[in-house]
Design a protein around this ligand. Structure first.
Ligand code: NDP
Length: 331
């Protein structure tokens, strides 16, 4: 059986990604074969598709770190044909063929049953970006950062117009936090306020080299940007507050000081979605199904066809994508 996939190749002709017709023999080993309904474009998919960072470690490879669909065949007793499932990470779309394809074959251990209340399209509108936003929110919540209507509970979200950022803004506002959204796209301030941001600030306030400590502003931070932005976010977090760091859109460096940690007791949490254990994933997805306003999710989502995914990969790295892109692999 032939199916379509966004295939990444690297050989004498160079590094390239394009939609091709492939057959089942192109699928890797795995216990569960899934008919993919939707995938998505995350920042890491952009890196993989363009080759701007060496995230793909096997060629040829079907792109896509996420997918949602229904089981076609399974030798894993936990799954049977027709089951609705989703997948995020585990090296899929990096070293194992992924979800920007009409079919995928993976280990049963990597799959999460689609949570009740979410469609495959909604799950991919959330995708790794939204699931990572939820992991950040859970880290702040477990730390004791709670909503506070007096403003003491303000949470900063950086890269707010991006995938992680826009879902984090929606989630945190729904949970009652005062959300301050930091963005390079102030023209999108109304969009961010429609998602629930109480205030929108320019990312220029945070993106240049700063002081070891600044005025205490945030009870918590969700940072998808890294570099000076993360250092300044730590330096302006209130006594005892927490920062959840998950991304590197500005840079992988962390040019700060220990002052926020040793003088203000600030805690920096590292958030990884790729290898997160099953129980944590399932908890995050259950909370997404419960806590995320699906109307807001739709408002921050655009749907594209598989043929448009390669261009979308370049666009997300160029900071041109607002919110989330779902890919209808059968369109
Ligand atoms: P997006 O491209 O959708 O969002 C990134 C946002 O960061 C942009 O929209 C932009 O927001 C902001 N940004 C971009 N460039 C810069 C810059 N030079 N300086 C400051 N801000 C910038 O990507 P995702 O939301 O999919 O991913 C965000 C980050 O999180 C990536 O680095 C990604 O690799 C990482 N990530 C990590 C995961 C993990 O498991 N740890 C999982 C998922 C993502 P705005 O226009 O509002 O300023």
């Amino acid at each position: 059986m032939m199916f379509k996939a966004l295939v990444i190749e690297k050989d004498d002709a160079g590094y390239r990604a394009g939609v091709k017709s492939v057959d089942d023999n192109a699928l890797p080993d795995g216990e569960v074969t899934v008919n993919v309904a939707y995938s998505t474009i995350n920042y890491k998919d952009g890196l993989a598709i363009t080759g701007k960072a060496p995230v793909v470690r096997k060629f040829p490879l079907h792109a896509g770190i996420d997918f949602a669909g229904t089981v076609e065949a399974s030798s894993d007793p936990r799954f049977k044909p027709g089951d609705a499932v989703l997948l995020n990470g585990w090296g899929v779309g990096e070293s194992h063929s992924g979800g920007l394809a009409q079919k995928a074959r993976v280990k049963g251990d990597w799959l999460v049953p689609l949570p009740a209340g979410l469609t495959a399209r909604q799950a991919m509108a959330i995708g790794t970006a939204g699931y990572t936003a939820m992991l950040c929110v859970m880290a702040l919540d477990a730390h004791g950062v709670k909503p506070d209507s007096s403003g003491k509970g303000d949470v900063l979200v950086t890269g707010a117009n991006g995938g992680v950022g826009s879902v984090a803004v929606s989630l945190l506002s729904r949970l009652g936090y005062g959300v301050v959204a930091s963005t390079g796209r102030l023209a999108e301030a109304d969009f961010l306020k429609s998602l629930g941001a109480a205030d929108v600030i320019s990312r220029d306030e945070l993106s240049s080299p700063g002081k070891p400590l600044g005025k205490e502003r945030w009870a918590g931070v969700v940072d998808s940007v890294g570099s000076h932005t993360l250092a300044n976010a730590c330096a302006t977090t209130k006594y005892g507050g927490a920062v959840a760091a998950c991304g590197l859109a500005q840079g992988m460096d962390l040019p700060g000081s220990v002052a926020p940690f040793i003088l203000r007791g600030v805690t920096l949490y590292g958030i990884d979605s790729v290898m997160a254990p099953f129980a944590k994933r399932q908890a995050a997805w259950a909370r997404l199904a419960q806590d995320l306003d699906l109307g807001k999710l739709e408002a921050l989502t655009q749907e594209i066809a598989l043929d448009a995914a390669a261009q979308a990969g370049a666009d997300i790295l160029a900071g041109k994508v607002r919110g989330r892109l779902v890919v209808n692999v059968n369109a």
